[in-house]
Write a protein that binds this ligand. Structure first.
Ligand SMILES: [Zn+2]
Length: 330
């Protein structure tokens, strides 16, 4: 089919660019491009890839949770509203929306999963970890090790199926001993409220198929080549961060040191009731904020705005968060 310049022009005048495209594709104008395109109405897959030296890191979104401000005993609605305005966020709703992120690190020699989302334990706004892992092209069989920042339901639930099968059949499980001991202690479980009791049950069920390939971390050591575990107790007794080091670059994966990106950099004292020790959690948060701001060390967080990668600056006794720019090449 050949088109004269005049025909092309008429197509473009009648129907805009779509008409030209339709005529170039050999379709009559009436069959293509005239109807309004339906909106997709779903977000693109939640994944983002970047490098740390020679390591390739993939952030995977599990979805979001709307947290009630009553979870933060020191919460001040006026201060929170002001922070939302100052950061050009949508107006603060009754609840505070936060993401749940997990990460895969390919060191070139090993594939390592850090945390795994909620599966179907926390409602329909979550549970996207497995789909996003697949969308990222990462085969579960390729994962050599699972590192857990801690054993809460939003971090451990993607590693085992409902019928008790390991979803990462070739992976060893690496957890801090203090977390392992806590969640496997019947005394602590009997004292817990209903929600936390379900966390004890879930932590045990999810870790069960990995018992024969379990490593417990007892001190700050290199757990895998280029990955150092750092104890960050408070959110849970064995809450752990991981420093990646490759070719002179460093990144701190700090788990749940911060739950609320908009709020806790300005007010590190706003701890969440899910902290097993709220005072210790605040102390750890201040210590880490101090360290990463002084060292200009990049952080990657489980609940920082997806993909959870940024830097922290210090302003007196407060801090601010600066999300990293898109990495165009790997
Ligand atoms: Zn969490």
């Amino acid at each position: 089919m050949t088109l004269s310049r005049r025909e092309l022009l008429r197509g473009s005048l009648l129907t805009g660019g779509a008409g030209v495209m339709a005529s170039l594709a050999g379709l009559p104008f009436s069959e293509a491009g005239l109807a309004a395109a339906p909106k997709v109405r779903i977000q693109t897959p939640g994944m983002y890839r970047f490098s740390v030296g020679n390591f390739e890191v993939t952030a995977l979104l599990d979805g979001y949770i709307d947290a009630d401000p009553t979870l933060i005993p020191s919460y001040d609605g006026l201060k929170a509203t002001q922070l939302y305005q100052d950061q050009f966020r949508p107006p603060l709703a009754e609840k505070i929306r936060i993401p749940i992120n997990s990460f895969v690190i390919n060191t070139g020699e090993k594939v390592i999963l850090i945390d795994s989302g909620t599966a179907d334990n926390m409602g329909p706004t979550l549970g996207q970890f497995t789909g996003n892992l697949k969308a990222a092209g990462i085969a579960p069989e390729s994962v050599d090790a699972i590192l857990l920042t801690h054993m809460h339901v939003d971090h451990i639930s993607g590693i085992t199926s409902k019928d008790g099968k390991a979803l990462f059949p070739n992976a060893e499980l690496i957890v801090h001993k203090a977390d392992w001991d806590y969640w496997n202690d019947d005394g602590f479980m009997s004292q817990a409220g209903d929600f936390m009791k379900s966390n004890f049950v879930n932590a045990r069920a999810m870790s069960a198929p990995y018992l024969k390939r379990l490593t417990l971390v007892e001190e700050d050591i290199e757990v895998l080549p280029g990955i150092e575990a750092i104890a960050m107790p408070g959110h849970t007794p064995g809450h752990t961060g991981f420093i990646l080091r490759s070719e002179g670059q460093e990144l701190l994966i700090w788990g749940d040191v911060v739950h609320f990106t908009a709020l806790q950099f300005a007010y590190p004292e706003w701890s969440i009731v899910f902290d097993s020790d709220m005072e210790l959690a605040e102390k750890t948060r201040r210590k880490m904020l101090d360290r990463v701001s002084a060292d200009k060390l990049a952080v990657l967080g489980s609940h920082l705005e997806f993909p959870g990668l940024g830097h922290v600056a210090r302003n007196g006794d407060r801090y601010s968060y600066h999300q990293s720019s898109w990495q165009y090449t790997l």
